[in-house]
Design a binder for this molecule. Sequence first.
Ligand code: ARG
Length: 272
Amino acid sequence: MKFKKLFAGVALAALLVGGLAGCGNKKADNSVKRIQDKKTLTIGTSADFAPFEFPVVKNGHKVIEGYDILVAQKIAKNLGVKLKVQNIEFPSLISELQNHKVDLVLAGMTKTKKREKAVDFSRHYYTESEKILVKKSDANKYNTKASTKGASFGAQQSSTQETLAKSETDAHIVTESLTTSLTTDLKSGKLDGVVLAKVVADEYVKKYPNQYAEAKYNMKVPTSLKYLNIAIPKNEPALKKRVNKEITHLEKTGQLNKMFKQAQHEQEKSGK
Ligand code: ARG
């Protein structure tokens, strides 16, 4: 009897060890090591979304500045590597991350169920709300969903603003891969409005108070579409853990808020 029990115990132990070894056989997560070995953290962003990211010319060179860049710099520093910023149009960012062309995506990106099928996300580092940017002369024109019927609104292709524009307005929706093309079309009168993150729209109004205004109509934004997160390739838990740890630290020490204000200041200085 005793022997049987002992045998069962040994068999169970063997099974456990076998199971663990089996796990070890799965491709190891060397995400952090891979970045440290190449001494560079490469992030993908779409520099058409100030104050999150925007191009500036410094000493004759085009560089990208903004909140996402400041956050990425901290993560790179934490990993002990240099930061490289790759400018990619927003609709292509997810596939570039999936193909490992970049290590992370910081692009004011919302965590959505659909994107979560393709990539992983960190904890959030900004909470977003939405506005419709219109011409100053139309400031009072759109105050209900129904009032948007017949209007032509723009939204960035593949963005959550596109989803919202289609469900929360009755306007005809035009999409472009760059938000800056949409605001140009608003200025020239090709569009009647552009659905934008509130903080992005705010900056346009602040900078051109005689040209733009925010529509009175407030679209209903589900809570699930409010959080901006860093996109991480799937199956890279070590990298995700490092990124989350850094965000938590930056948030707790008040640095996230400070960096956002710094980015707004940089934007104002650059005239973007
Ligand atoms: N938060 C929105 C989304 O994830 C818009 C982000 C746009 N970002 C940009 N860099 N253009 O769809």
